[in-house]
Ligand binder design. Structure first.
Ligand code: BGP
Length: 468
């Protein structure tokens, strides 16, 4: 059938949302350690209400967790390396060996089961010291520090890791400059000039990382990763369509540069409108030409846009403010719109734009699961709603493949319950594996298989044949 034989089925996590052990083995603070309520609140240091400090204790239980992923048949496991475990302040002369040892073990564990590691180099967890000292990516200095970190990883994991992602959801910096770009200057005070300069630095860093990766190992496959903001016009009014075009330009500027190697034509309009004049060197422009091998993205929902801000209901998406609800879409308990066909549409649009292999790096349903006895002496979650969500999305992936789109793989987000990114809650669960952890931080941390565990196992086993 449609899914290619070597399709990379798997799951995804991020260090800051699952590892815990925020100060163990020499780890420095990351920006997440001061975000106890998702991106809403910034404190000076770690506070006990921050569930991410303890996470789901993956740092000590990764063996058990990876064994469960293997039991589901994962061909790939996407996880991030916490930058501040390797360079605690981002500026040490030598890498922290204890931090590297931890990832040596994680990677070896994956390889033991024949699972390809897909490593996100930077997933919203920049060392806090770099935010404080440099205002994050506003500073050109970040490029050099990021590349030193990349070089450490590319050298250490040569022959073991093949797939890399430079930055998670790189375009989210437009709305979340602190979480995404480690920029401490409050969003309201950050000028477009400074924001786009930071974006430029990150894009140059990403391109130089691609160049470096290929120099160290020509077999390395390095990907872009964007938040796929799929937008429909709220009405058929041409003004709404133009609004959609402008928003798309904002969001796709990033992957356009990463996949095509140069600033796109519409930058001129964008920068003129905001009076932006960037510091771009000839060397920057040369290096941007090192394009990614694949384009990955997260897809959870689609939204609508209107030229008239007063029209339509707000869409509830916190990553992309200002967008509107689609009257045709159902919503999750957290108000995210559910649109499986939007995934087929997104795959087709991205492929038409880049003609590079695509990877669905995140997709899934956040829900408030209830643990119940499984009738065999254990516990489980009857998460038919999650099965339906994933099934319906995967059917659309299959259709996109039939359309002719080259799709490399699919990693279900939060394959094990973890702390949510936007709200720092545990009750917004995505996993096929339930973790006994409560909002107040209590719980045994025991792992239980949900109904979706066996379902996903079968999907992988049959290479998608059992989808309906
Ligand atoms: C993406 C992030 C992930 C993840 C996911 C779900 O934006 O890359 O880290 O958490 O969203 O979001 P949330 O956890 O807020 O439900």
């Amino acid at each position: 059938m449609s899914f290619p034989k070597n399709f990379l089925w798997g799951g995804a996590t991020a260090a800051n949302q699952c590892e815990g052990a925020y100060d163990e083995d020499g780890k420095g603070l990351s920006i997440q350690d001061v975000l106890p309520q998702g991106f809403k609140v910034i404190t000076d240091g770690p506070t006990p209400d921050n569930l991410k400090l303890k996470g789901i204790d993956y740092y000590h239980r990764y063996r058990e967790d990876i064994a469960l992923f293997a039991e589901m048949g994962f061909k790939v496991y996407r996880f991030s390396i916490a930058w501040s475990r390797i360079f605690p302040t981002g500026e040490e002369a030598a890498a922290n060996e204890a931090g590297l040892k931890f990832y040596d073990k994680v990677i070896d564990e994956c390889l033991k089961y024949g699972m390809e590691p897909l490593v996100t180099i930077s997933h919203y967890e920049t060392p806090l010291a770099l935010a404080k000292k440099y205002d994050g990516w506003r500073s050109r200095k970040m490029i050099e520090l990021y590349l030193k970190y990349c070089e450490t990883l590319f050298t250490r994991y040569k022959g073991k890791v093949k797939y890399w992602i430079t930055f998670n959801e790189i375009n989210s910096i437009l709305h979340q400059p602190f979480m995404s770009g480690a920029i401490l200057t409050p969003k309201e005070k950050l000028s477009k000039q400074d924001l786009y300069q930071a974006i430029h630095h990150e894009l140059v860093a990403s391109a130089r990382a691609v160049k470096l990766a290929h120099e160290i190992d020509p077999n390395y496959q390095v990907g872009a990763m964007i938040l796929a903001v799929t937008i429909y016009p709220l009405t058929s009014n041409p003004d709404d369509m133009i609004k959609v075009m402008e928003l798309n330009d904002d969001y796709y500027l990033f992957s356009d540069i990463q996949a095509r190697g140069e600033y796109p034509y519409f930058t001129k309009r964008l920068f003129a409108a905001e009076n932006i004049h960037l510091d771009i060197t000839t060397e920057d422009l040369e290096d941007l030409k090192h394009t990614v091998d694949f384009v990955s993205f997260s897809y959870y929902s689609s939204n609508c846009a209107s030229a008239d801000p007063a029209k339509g209901e707000p869409s509830g998406s916190n990553m992309t403010p200002g967008l509107k609800r689609n009257p045709y879409s159902k919503v999750t308990e957290w108000g995210w719109q559910i649109d499986p066909q939007g995934l087929r549409y997104t795959l087709n649009r991205l492929y038409a734009r880049y003609q590079k292999p695509l990877f669905i790096a995140e997709n899934g349903l956040g829900a408030n699961d209830v643990l119940i006895p499984d009738g065999k002496g254990g516990m489980t979650v009857e998460d038919d709603y999650r099965i339906k969500y994933m099934n319906d999305h995967l059917v659309q992936v299959e259709k996109a493949i039939e359309d002719g789109v080259e799709v490399m793989g699919y990693t279900a987000w939060g394959c094990i319950d973890l702390i949510s990114c936007a709200t720092a809650e545990i009750k917004k669960r995505y996993g096929m594996i339930y973790v006994d952890l409560n909002t107040d931080g209590t719980g045994t941390l025991a792992r239980y298989k949900k109904k979706s565990f066996d379902w996903y196992k079968k999907v992988i086993e049959t290479n998608g044949e059992c989808l309906d």
